[in-house]
Write a protein that binds this ligand. Structure first.
Ligand SMILES: Cc1cc2nc3c(=O)[nH]c(=O)nc-3n(C[C@H](O)[C@H](O)[C@H](O)COP(=O)(O)O)c2cc1C
Length: 158
């Protein structure tokens, strides 16, 4: 069965809550999912998944150093990530506080690895965003995003 990794950094729990909702969506769509803090993942683990979704709080308009360092240290494996599905999500304090630039920073890394990224015409086009703690609408967006990721994984790797 295809599988997805949701790998996140979260200091105060908002991004972590999103990660678990996205995982619910992946599971609902019938795809295996592991949800892990970035500190629990080794770069070598990445190659065994068909989809990789990174989440981070927005820090100064970009992703947290903990996640960026993890990605920077994955260079030994990046060629093996080609064709996998990639995704990104973030939580920030303000609407214009750099959440989209954070998501784009992560997506840029996915693209550098030759990964496949999907937009969304009905939900949030770049990936789920929460302003502070996820409310019920954000939770719904996260579940739908998880389903979207899972469906693409199944199409490409099922
Ligand atoms: C060092 C630092 C930098 C931050 N920079 C931004 C920022 O640029 N824009 C923003 O909207 N929020 C910013 N925030 C707020 C966090 O993105 C926000 O509180 C987020 O929900 C925290 O996620 P977490 O609960 O997963 O740790 C910053 C917080 C910290 C600690």
């Amino acid at each position: 069965m295809p599988s997805v990794l949701i790998c996140y950094y979260s200091r105060t729990g908002n991004t972590e809550a999103m990660a678990h909702k996205i995982a619910d969506g992946v599971r609902e769509a019938g795809v295996d999912v592991d949800v892990k803090k970035v500190s629990e993942v080794k770069q070598a683990d990445l190659v065994k998944y068909d989809g990789i979704v990174y989440g981070s709080p927005t820090y100064f308009g970009g992703c947290a150093g903990e996640l960026k360092t993890f990605i920077d240290k994955s260079d030994d494996y990046y060629e093996q990530l080609e064709g996998k599905v990639g995704g990104a999500f973030t939580s920030s304090d303000s609407i214009g506080g750099g959440n989209e630039t954070t998501i784009m920073q992560i997506i840029q890394a996915h693209l550098i690895c030759g990964m496949v990224v999907t937009g969304d015409m009905e939900g949030e086009p770049y990936g789920p965003v929460s302003i502070g703690k996820p409310d019920t609408e954000v939770e719904k967006n996260c579940v739908e995003y998880g389903k979207r990721i899972a469906n693409l994984v199944r199409k490409l790797h099922g």
